[in-house]
Design a protein around this ligand. Structure first.
Ligand SMILES: [Zn+2]
Ligand SMILES: [Zn+2]
Length: 268
């Protein structure tokens, strides 16, 4: 099948850090105008976070009820979630995910060792190499232990933060760790996303970078989703052409989409 891709990482104003104008209907109107067949909303659920802003998240019984009537014969609206993984709350997360009819679950790490990346706490007392190394170790622990997700979110997210002159990294400095992460994801039948937000954050790269995408392909990776990580309607579907070019360059010919947590493939 070949048709316009959908944006599989979108925050509505149900996410505490999203723009208040980012309503479901505003995204739906934009998608329809662009000729896109549907949308997937992936709002934040970060449990046991020290970050005050993220302490609340939507009631998904109500959320699910609100989404249903937005579906029409020629436009679909799916309920995803971006779950903030932390090892000490894994059971709580699993219970939460299994209690709701999600179409798609993104597993992301927004905190490391209970320390925030955004406010810099995680980086205190660490060199850049130590911070990145510890982050990737935490990613590995999560993909080894947690299976209730479809794709791992913004795999090299750590480069967004940290007060370093050059935030980029050479994947060879974190091998074999990165290969082990990717192999574990593949072995468990999971995937990764290409998250275009790195471009908007002036990092010059998507998450993950092209080198990681190529390793994922070389190791046998097949499941790859594409998302903007929009927190406002203007960023919906941003840099998709650029992302598709990179995904093709890495050797992929299909994008994966999920409905009721089941994958299907769209030809690029
Ligand atoms: Zn995230
Ligand atoms: Zn997000």
């Amino acid at each position: 099948m070949k048709r316009p891709l959908i944006d599989q990482h979108v925050h509505t104003n149900a996410s505490p850090d999203a723009n208040r104008d980012a309503t479901m209907t505003a995204y739906i109107d934009k998608a329809k105008k662009m000729g896109i067949p549907g949308v997937v909303f992936t709002d934040h659920v970060d449990m046991d976070t020290p970050v005050e802003l993220f302490k609340t998240f939507p009631d998904y019984q109500t959320y699910s009820k609100n989404i249903k009537p937005l579906n029409t014969p020629d436009f679909f609206v799916r309920m995803g979630v971006e779950i903030g993984y932390q090892p000490h709350i894994q059971e709580k997360i699993e219970t939460f995910i299994q209690s709701h009819p999600f179409d798609f679950v993104i597993c992301s790490i927004h905190l490391g060792d209970k320390l925030d990346f955004y406010n810099g706490d995680f980086f205190i007392g660490k060199t850049q190499q130590e911070a990145y190394q510890r982050y990737f170790e935490l990613v590995l622990e999560s993909v080894e232990n947690f299976q209730d997700y479809e794709v791992f979110g913004h795999l090299d997210y750590i480069i967004r933060y940290g007060d370093f002159e050059d935030k980029a990294f050479d994947i060879d400095d974190y091998q074999p760790l990165i290969d082990t992460i990717l192999s574990t994801i593949i072995k468990n039948g999971k995937g990764i996303e290409v998250n275009t937000s790195g471009i908007r954050y002036n990092l010059g790269v998507m998450h993950p970078n092209l080198a990681i995408l190529k390793r994922y392909k070389a190791l046998g990776g097949k499941i790859i989703t594409l998302g903007s990580d929009a927190h406002k309607v203007d960023d919906f579907y941003s840099d998709f052409e650029h992302a598709i070019a990179l995904i093709l360059k890495a050797g992929f010919r299909y994008i994966t989409e999920f409905k009721a947590r089941q994958p299907y493939f769209i030809e690029l």
